[in-house]
Design a binder for this molecule. Structure first.
Ligand code: M6R
Length: 638
């Protein structure tokens, strides 16, 4: 999604900002722009381009000059099509104030009309442009920055972070945070601001997250920070040890493929990381997966894991309700984890889609906990849900891959996912990591509640190692057949149906999402038992029906019956089954057989093979696998 980078200081700034923008590319964007106060002319100089930051950088070669204050933006279109007019920065009528903006402004149309009636000319279809015209009009009134920006934040609702650069006050940036993150960075020669610390990792000595609803006026020597009432705040500076590891493809054709293959290592790493929690060792999440957040889990005794989560052992022992909230792939991982919590801990578990959560009635439950699962830790829907629960006195925990994310700052407790940087928009290793952590957490809660023995806990950990091996082995077993034959054969279909039952149903949902988002082939998932209630009308020989089996004997028999119903209607069956499930496999046009694992880990064991199958189909179609059209890695708008 959109990204902001700004610099004010004694160094030439254009390339510092461009470099930061390149580091934010992983978020996904469709156009980019940069603006600075040109040293010699003292005028705003800017460039906008559709496409990559690299294209913008090339264009900048032709734009002479540099300056000491600069801001850049990567845009993921929300209001208005992808074109240069809609790309940021936007300007006031005189062209002497520039603004960049992340997020969405609610009700901006009314203000736009009012300003247009007063003679303001708008050049874009964006909500963002309204902000700069409004700021300009109030600045004419107040003739001072602070009252003008306080007026602006009172006027506009929604979720936004923004930065403003004024030609007539050339050594300052004004930045605002409201429901959209911004972080400040300090170095000897100046200050950075960005929507993600990654933008200036390695370049600053200290950083400070801007508090929610705050404004900073940054100049070369100092930062004035205040809240929306104008009261002065002190930035909470922290020493920065973040390093930005260049994450490269390590010889793989795409990041997605690299990340699929990293999964075995990720699973092993997570088990090792969390199994030590409970001994007297100090843990450091080591950096061998290119994880730019070297997270230190300082846990010395058994119960410290609960301290890390912000809950007491008594709360764990009395836990009667578990609530999981997430979006997309993370939601699928939670739907799988519901089986862990309900079967292993025997605790009733609700799973919520974060985009729906805030708009449903909320029932406060005693002895409950809310777990928010998010790869990025920035997903706006999930963040809003977290804020809603935080307004009650209920423990909140976030499981995320990004230790510096907004969710970590706002949740009561945090468990690091330890998956390493995930670059591909289509989530793969994060999905596996989430399943692993939630499985471990379920077992730890069950242990605390005396529902399993320490021996069973150990078995659970060993089972994860086995599942990790099976995940990788299954890809190896079918690698040749898929890439040389099956990918071509299945890439011609225009639609797919994905089925599962019980724990394999959320996995079928994930498979359908994976296929949709990168291949653009229409894919629908259903619980296999629901087919006969309507969707079976869709079954024909031109629509592969992909069924994921289960290791539960009763569920397996039901799945066999569902497969027979499809076969009887000349459906084209693709089956993912476990060793020994020949009755099911024999019904299929194409069967993938996976070694048996702990039944709760069936989806995990099949993850790599499913993802590889989808990846290879998409490769045949020639789509941009790592950055599918219309999608962004971190979805920071609601
Ligand atoms: O960062 P999050 O886990 O909160 O992201 C949630 C979804 O946006 C994400 O899983 C999305 O569905 C992926 N593109 C799926 O591959």
């Amino acid at each position: 999604m959109c990204g902001i980078v700004g610099y004010v200081g004694r160094s030439y700034s254009k390339n510092l900002v461009l470099d930061g923008m390149q580091k934010l590319e992983y978020r996904g964007y469709d156009s980019a722009g940069i603006v600075f106060v040109e040293e010699k002319t003292s005028r705003l100089s800017y460039l906008k381009k559709i496409g990559k930051v690299a294209d913008l950088a090339k264009g900048l070669d032709g734009l002479s000059g540099d300056g000491f204050v600069c801001m850049g933006h990567t845009r993921w279109a929300t209001h208005g099509i992808v074109d240069e007019a809609n790309a940021h920065p936007h300007f006031n009528c005189k062209g002497d104030i520039a603004l960049i903006h992340n997020g969405i402004i609610e009700g901006y149309e009314v203000v736009r009309k009012e300003l247009a009636l007063k003679g303001h000319k708008f050049l874009s279809q964006t909500d963002s442009e309204v902000l700069v015209h409004y700021f300009s009009s109030v600045f004419e009134l107040y003739k001072s920055v602070k009252p003008s920006i306080l007026d602006l934040v009172k006027k506009f609702k929604g979720a936004y972070s923004l930065a403003i650069l004024m030609q007539d006050i050339p050594d300052q940036l004004i930045v605002v945070r409201h429901n959209s993150p911004l972080v400040l960075g300090k170095q000897e020669k100046g200050f950075f601001v960005a929507s993600d610390i990654v933008a200036f990792a390695g370049k600053v000595e200290e950083f400070a997250f801007m508090p929610e609803d705050s404004i900073a006026i940054i100049n070369k020597k100092s930062i004035e920070l205040f809240n929306f009432s104008g009261e002065v705040l002190l930035p909470a500076w922290q020493k920065s040890s973040f390093v930005f590891d260049i994450v490269n493809k390590d010889g793989f054709e795409h990041f997605m493929l690299k990340e699929i293959y990293e999964q075995k290592k990720v699973i092993e790493r997570i088990v090792n990381f969390y199994r030590l929690v409970g001994t007297d060792s100090k843990l450091s999440a080591h950096n061998d997966l290119g994880n730019y957040f070297d997270y230190q889990l300082d846990i010395e005794y058994q119960d410290r894991i609960w301290q890390q989560l912000g809950i007491t052992i008594d709360q764990v022992k009395n836990l009667k309700n578990i609530n999981l909230v997430a979006a997309g792939t993370s939601w699928h991982a939670c739907k799988i984890a519901q089986f862990f919590f309900e079967y292993i801990c025997k605790i009733q578990t609700n799973v919520y889609l974060s985009s729906e959560f805030c708009y449903m009635p909320f029932f406060e439950q005693k002895d409950s906990i809310y777990i928010f699962v998010s790869q990025s830790g920035e997903t706006a829907d999930t963040l809003q849900a977290l804020r809603r629960v935080n307004s009650y006195n209920i423990p909140t925990i976030v499981i995320t891959n990004v230790a510096s994310s907004t969710m970590v700052q706002e949740a009561g407790g945090f468990l690091p996912m330890q998956a390493g940087v995930e670059v591909s928009v289509a989530s793969t290793k994060a999905f596996s990591a989430q399943q692993v952590i939630l499985f471990i957490l379920a077992n730890r809660i069950a242990l605390e509640q005396n529902k399993i023995t320490p021996e069973l806990m150990k078995h659970a950990e060993e089972d994860l190692f086995i599942a990790a091996q099976v995940l990788e082995l299954s890809i190896e077993n079918y690698k040749w057949e898929i890439s040389q034959k099956l990918a071509e054969q299945y890439s011609v279909y225009k639609k797919f149906i994905f089925l599962g039952r019980h724990i394999s149903y959320p996995f079928a949902m994930e498979a359908a999402l994976k296929l949709k988002e990168i291949s653009y082939i229409f894919a629908q998932s259903y619980p296999a038992g629901e087919l006969k209630h309507g969707p079976i009308a869709l079954v024909d020989n031109n629509t592969p029906v992909v069924i994921f089996s289960s290791l539960d004997d009763i569920i397996y028999k039901k799945i066999v019956s569902n497969a027979q119903e499809i076969k009887a209607r000349h459906g084209h069956l693709v089956i993912f089954a476990f060793e020994g499930q020949t009755e099911l496999a024999d019904l299929a046009e194409q069967a993938f057989i996976v070694p048996r694992v702990n039944p709760f880990l069936g989806p995990l064991a099949m993850s790599g093979l499913m993802q590889f199958f989808v990846y290879e189909i998409t490769k045949k179609l020639g789509n941009p696998i790592d950055k599918p059209r219309n999608l962004a890695k971190a979805v920071t708008v609601e």
